[in-house]
Design a protein around this ligand. Structure first.
Ligand code: FES
Length: 110
């Protein structure tokens, strides 16, 4: 995947925790979390299942491609973390669940 190089890396925080991790421009927040050793709920990574929906508590998001950042399972405060990247240098989200992993993990290519 080609990612824009001009935008700065955003820092994503999980609300109510001390967890934060970098997310490169154009990188899905979901993928960045796993790369930092944080497991978040997901299944499809294509904006269909809705399992990765999270509330945006602070900051803004931008889509990673032309597909929507929300679906019918999202409420008005939620975005799909598989479909978005931070729009600025700081983003705080509240996922449905999260878990620290023993090791960082790269999600397989789609
Ligand atoms: S993982 Fe299925 S919508 Fe994000």
């Amino acid at each position: 995947m080609n990612r824009p190089l001009s935008a700065p890396v955003g820092i994503v925080r999980l609300e109510g925790t001390d967890i934060q991790f970098p997310c490169a421009p154009g990188q899905p927040v979901l993928e960045a979390a796993f790369s930092a050793g944080i497991a978040l709920p997901y299944a499809c990574r294509r904006g269909i299942c809705g399992l990765c929906a999270a509330q945006v508590m602070q900051g803004e998001v931008t889509p990673i491609d032309s597909l929507p950042m929300t679906n019918a399972r999202c409420d008005a405060t939620q975005v799909l973390l598989c479909r978005c990247s931070p729009a600025g240098q700081s983003l705080t989200v509240r996922p449905a669940t999260w878990e620290r992993q023993q090791q960082a993990r790269q999600l397989p290519p789609l």
